[in-house]
Design a protein around this ligand. Sequence first.
Ligand SMILES: Nc1nc2c(ncn2[C@@H]2O[C@H](COP(=O)(O)OP(=O)(O)OP(=O)(O)O)[C@@H](O)[C@H]2O)c(=O)[nH]1
Ligand SMILES: [Mg+2]
Length: 281
Amino acid sequence: MPSKTFAVIPALNEEAAIGAVVRSLPRDLVRQVIVVDNGSTDGTATAAWEAGAVVVSEPERGYGAACAAGVALALRLGAAVIVLLDGDASDAPSDLPAILTPLLAGDADLVMGSRARGSVEPGALTPQQRFGNWLAAHILRRYGLAITDLGPFRAIRADALATLDMHERTYGWSTEMLVKAARAGLRVREVPVSYRKRAGGRSKVGGTIHGSINAAIVILQTAYRYAGWVPTPHPPSRVGKGESKQSRVCDERARPYRFQCSIFSPLLCQSKGEGQGVRFP
Ligand SMILES: Nc1nc2c(ncn2[C@@H]2O[C@H](COP(=O)(O)OP(=O)(O)OP(=O)(O)O)[C@@H](O)[C@H]2O)c(=O)[nH]1
Ligand SMILES: [Mg+2]
C-alpha cells in the first residue's frame, strides 16, 4: 500500500538547505513533501520545487501560518500522517523511521523528536534555546505530557491534528499543538533525535537574543492560553442541498483551515501543474 505520509516544511529564506532537505526524505516513507514558502526573498521556492517538492506559498509571515498552510494542503491531498520538520537541515532524515514507527504501529497519535534525549551538534543550539526548551517542556509536563523538548521534528495523525482546531500563527503553533493534544487525550510519545547546525542561510531565532526571547515569550503565553481548551466533538457529516461533496471534505477533514480550503478547492481535481499559489513537481 502506498504511504499516506506527507511531510510539511515551513521555509523562509532557506535556499541554501531546502533542496537537500527535500531530497533527503525517503520516498518509500514519505509520499509527498510539501514546502511552504513563507514569503522568501531568495530562491527557496525554486530550489524546493526542483528537488521534487510541492511548493505552496503562504505570504503571511510566521512559523504557525506556514505550518497551517502546509497542513491544510496535506489534508486536502489525503494525508493520514503528517511529518513536520524545518527547512534548514537541522533535523536528521535518518531519524524519520524512529519518529514514524510508533504512529504507524498504532501506538501513538503524536510523536515528538527530542533533542534533549538525542544528540546535538556543538553550536546547533544556543544556551538560551536549550533553557527555553527545557522551561517550556517543564511547563508542558504539568499537562501530563512526558516530554523533554519542543523540537521541530515531529509526526502526527492527520485526523487527530484536524480536531485540534489550530489557531496560532507564529512560534506558539507547536506549543498549541502539544497543549491541545494533552487536553484531547491524544497519545503523545517522544523519541530521541539528533540535531545539527543549520546548513546555511541566516539564523532567525536561536542566533539572536531578541529572537530567542520573543519565541520564549510566545511559547509560554501559548502554554497558558489553551489551558482550558476542550475539543469540540465533530458534527455528523451532512451533504445537503447545495452542499457539494467537496465542501463536506473541507468540513470533515480541514475544519480549522476553512480559509485555505477555499483557496485549495481546485486541487481536488488537479494532480499536476500550477494551482493558486501551489506548484506541483
Ligand atoms: N523564524 C521564522 N522561521 C520561519 C518563518 N516561516 C517559516 N519559517 C521556517 O521555520 C523553520 C524554523 O525556523 P528557524 O529560523 O530555523 O528557527 P530556529 O531553528 O529556532 O532558529 P535558527 O535556525 O537559529 O534561525 C525554518 O525552516 C524556517 O525557514 C517565520 O516567519 N519566521
Ligand atoms: Mg533552525
